[in-house]
Design a protein around this ligand. Structure first.
Ligand code: ASC
Length: 151
């Protein structure tokens, strides 16, 4: 990696780890950011999951690309839940996000970990491994939604 890329990567790391409220001018901006990230997560996971469930033809290269994108996307929403963005705009977040922060943190880390395993599975090109990892990832989506997302 050259120096420009290293500097850019460090800047990205710093901006991703800033306190949630510091990253958004208005609470609505945080809602937009996190819901956009979740839309992209659903799109890229959906492409893999369709293959895993036999609803789309298996394309190992496409699975690999989508899983790689997903492994970055899975890290994005979690800094976009500042306390002033509960019940703002069109948020689908339940108050439990803020009243049970440890549980929310654990759930978010579970997604990140499962997506990392899905990424590893996709790199092998083995459909059975992808199916298992996609199943676990879908479960972490679902269990988090049960507590933290409005219907
Ligand atoms: C998806 C998607 C979700 C989850 C959930 C898993 O593909 O958009 O919200 O999986 O349905 O049960």
């Amino acid at each position: 990696m050259n120096r420009v890329l290293i500097t850019a990567a460090m800047a990205l790391g710093v901006s991703l780890s800033l306190p949630a409220a510091a990253q958004f001018k208005k609470p609505e901006d945080a809602v937009k950011y996190r819901s956009s990230a979740f839309h992209l997560i659903a799109a890229h996971f959906g492409r893999i999951n369709a293959m895993a469930q036999g609803k789309a033809p298996f394309d190992a290269k496409a699975a690999q690309i989508n899983a790689a994108v997903l492994s970055t996307l899975a890290k994005l929403p979690w800094d976009a839940f500042p306390a002033n963005s509960a019940n703002v705009g069109r948020t689908e977040a339940k108050p439990e996000v803020w009243s049970q922060p440890d549980k929310f943190k654990t759930a978010s880390q579970e997604l990140i970990d499962n997506v990392a395993k899905l990424d590893a599975a996709a790199r092998t090109g083995n459909l059975d491994q992808i199916k298992a990892a996609a199943g676990a990832t879908g479960k972490s989506c679902k269990s988090c939604h049960e507590t933290f997302k409005k219907d």
